[in-house]
Design a protein around this ligand. Sequence first.
Ligand SMILES: Cc1ncc(C[n+]2csc(CCOP(=O)(O)OP(=O)(O)O)c2C)c(N)n1
Ligand SMILES: [Mg+2]
Length: 480
Amino acid sequence: MAETGFTFRPRSTSLRREFLTPSATGFPPIAAEPGAVGAPGYSPLVQVSFHHRTVVLDAPQIAFQEIDLTAAFGKVARWTQPVLETSKHRELMALACKHAILQHGPSHLIFPDEVQTIPAASEPPAGPDGRLTELEIGSPAPALERALTLLENAKRSVMIIGHGARFHREQAVALAERLNAPVITTFKAKGQIPDAHPLATGVLGRSGTPVASWFMNESDLLLVLGASFSDHTGIYAGKPIIQVDSDPLQLGRIDPVTVLVYGEIGVVIDRFLQRLGDPPAQRVDQRTELAEHWMIWRAEKGSRAGDNRGQGINSAVVFQALSTHVPEDAVIAVDVGNHAYSFGRYFECKEGQSVLMSGYLGSIGFGYPAAIGAWAAVPDRPIFAVTGDCGFAQYMAELLTAVKHRMKITHVLLNNGQLGKISKEQRAGDWDVWQTALHNPDFSKYAEICGALGIASPRHPSSTAHSRPRSHTTARPSSR
Ligand SMILES: Cc1ncc(C[n+]2csc(CCOP(=O)(O)OP(=O)(O)O)c2C)c(N)n1
Ligand SMILES: [Mg+2]
């Protein structure tokens, strides 16, 4: 299947159909090959935070809900087509796969009722032979030469790894070692280098570490691989920058950069590795400084973990404990909100862990469905979901799906009784905090009645804002 490309895993998991689209987000970044998701009945509402290489099989019931699915999905899918009775079905599927693979995005097929009952033709499935080009293109030589000159002459170069470089993790780290350059990641690329690596600085930006900010600020050259320069990351455009990306539109997307290197990231890294020798004498060895900055930051994290303002367990404590206990091969799906920012800042990734999050921290509710999608992709890896109370409440019923399929998902719910991020934004804008408090159930009891194991954290002195008891819940399907 890895060689032929167009075959799907035959396993199927029944999901509530409204849940279809969000659950599709967790599967593809983790699975080695394309996957397909689909559900019978009404169309799912479009709350989209798609990732790469999914084919969404959409089955509208024509008499109801007459929304134009081609238009609705057209903005977010790379390719969308209705399947007609007269269509060449084998070809449509092949094209859906081709677009999903080559364009790194979801394809979408709409199956009206009358098509769903047509017996499958006996012809063999289409394959990718002669249909899929290799993507490993190199870069134009002048850009490479300019980039190499900058890299050779820099005193304090720093590498920034974005999500677009995630398939080249080991090569990117090898290049950083050759350059002796500290490695920053964007939030979405968290974990691309383990935090214990002597060149790791952690995440840059709003959910990042002071270590990463320091090394970016002090650098004289940024080598940026597969990052989109979002506001959240805050890559400083005033620095000399070499940007490498396989999508020409991503290059210099927001601000002009010094050298644009268009090419497949793995190929470009290889070219750099072939040409760069040992670090020249003028280059500052930043490792000692890096170790010192980590010491200061870890001491600060420890002190924050020790803070007790009488308002419950703080997030520094939660992520300190998780950094110790989450296994090396875990997949961690994170939702959107203050808890996600804290995860970016405090959690330390180990080699082999994979982090999933909604692009640009866009869609709350992402965390738990993405964990279910990740389980579908890699059921033997430990799966964690980290969510807030608001985000989880959007898909609470899916705990039943997890129990039904005996998914081993450990869910850590940071329950602060509010839309914490929105409260914070209101305060930052000098507004009154308005309508952000939540009415929550006891999540641990809820987990238990769904047939999962629910564990509430020890009670803390109740916050003045909430009269009801609060709980921090860890829920996973029990073996019952
Ligand atoms: C679908 C969607 N609706 C609304 C928002 C805006 N939003 C961002 S964070 C947030 C609140 C998250 O609250 P919670 O899950 O409790 O996390 P906390 O910030 O409290 O940690 C909201 C409403 C969004 N990003 N996506
Ligand atoms: Mg909350």
